[in-house]
Write a protein that binds this ligand. Structure first.
Ligand SMILES: C[S@@+](CC[C@H](N)C(=O)[O-])C[C@H]1O[C@@H](n2cnc3c(N)ncnc32)[C@H](O)[C@@H]1O
Length: 309
């Protein structure tokens, strides 16, 4: 499989390098997630087989106790993510594959987990997750929640990032930088006027929603421009050109995250898929954290009755 499917490997090399997707103000795994997964991992029989689907760099397994003694597997579409996981938790067997096509036998895990993962392969991929649950086993997942806390933030960031691209902020910034270095006053005045037209909506976007690549780009360029005497023109245009690629990748990733977020209808479909695979007590409920008014995720749990042969 290609090592850079859908930009995820790049993500895991850069922003995801810390290994966590939902963090507290210190950039650590969010305590509510830690508590959730620690609870999910209690009362497991020794030597349980556990798979984390779309595991990323292993943030779920990071919550296992040190002496767990379980047999761990992780799958993800990104080889880079799994390499990072293998460095953090070497005992995990890793598998590069899409969540909707996992080349493993039916009923081969006592616990199937996922955190902001399976849904990237579409709702139908939950059928594949359910297929892997062994009799007596469980499924436990936290999944993106449409219009929840993370999704709302993603949608806001996406909207602002699209404004940056559609308005041609980077092109206008390059024109302004070149004009400033040209020594031609008339050219500079024209470039300033043109830049003001595109910078205004980007600046307004920063006030609407601070977090995101639009703020990073706006402030980054402002700093470079204000201190331009310390730089060569090529330093500034080179940074802006590199940011063009970053902007495209960010928009692409945010679009995928937004597309992955599950609506109430989607989780009703997950429930039907699970039940069709013989899972019972299927619960899909909002996962709330004290500091966020909107749900952070769907909490999806189910189990499969033990066989009595
Ligand atoms: C938001 S990250 C979550 C990673 C990890 N579960 C965590 O909580 O840190 C989404 C993960 O899904 C993976 N992914 C995206 N599309 C996928 C697919 N079709 N099949 C399997 N994994 C996929 C990405 O590589 C990425 O690691």
């Amino acid at each position: 499989m290609n090592d850079a499917p859908e930009g995820w490997s790049e993500y895991w090399e850069k922003e995801g390098a810390g290994g966590e997707v939902f963090v507290n103000a210190q950039g650590e795994a969010h305590p509510a997630l830690a508590e959730f997964w620690q609870a999910a991992f209690t009362s497991l029989a020794a030597g349980s087989r556990i798979i984390d689907i779309a595991s990323g760099a292993g943030s779920v397994f990071a919550h296992l106790p040190g002496d767990h003694g379980h047999r761990l597997s992780a799958s993800d579409i990104s080889r880079t993510a799994l390499e990072s996981l293998a460095q953090r938790i070497p005992e995990v067997t890793t598998l590069v594959c899409s969540a909707d096509d996992i080349p493993l036998d039916d009923a081969s895990f006592d616990l199937v987990v996922t955190q902001f993962g399976v849904e990237y392969a579409g709702v139908a991929a939950f059928d594949e997750a359910a297929r892997l649950v062994a009799p007596g086993g469980r499924f436990v997942g936290l999944c993106h929640y449409r219009d929840g806390y993370i999704d709302s933030d993603n949608r806001a960031q996406l909207g602002e990032a699209r404004i940056v691209r559609e308005r041609g902020f980077i092109d206008a910034a390059i024109v302004l930088a070149k004009a400033a270095f040209s020594g031609d006053e008339a050219q500079l005045k024209r470039a300033q006027d043109e830049f003001a037209v595109v910078a205004t909506p980007v600046g307004e976007g920063m006030r609407r929603h601070r977090k995101g690549i639009h703020t990073y780009l706006f402030q980054g360029f402002r700093r470079l421009y204000e201190h331009r005497r310390q730089y060569d023109l090529a330093d500034i245009t080179g940074w802006l050109d590199a940011m063009r690629g970053e902007l495209d990748k960010t928009i692409d990733r945010l679009e995928r995250m937004c597309a992955a977020a599950l609506s109430a209808d989607d989780v009703a479909q997950v429930q039907r898929l699970f039940e069709a695979r013989g899972l019972e007590d299927v619960h899909c409920t909002p996962f709330e954290t004290p500091e966020n008014q909107l749900p952070v995720a769907w909490k999806v749990t189910a189990h499969k009755e033990a066989s009595h042969e």
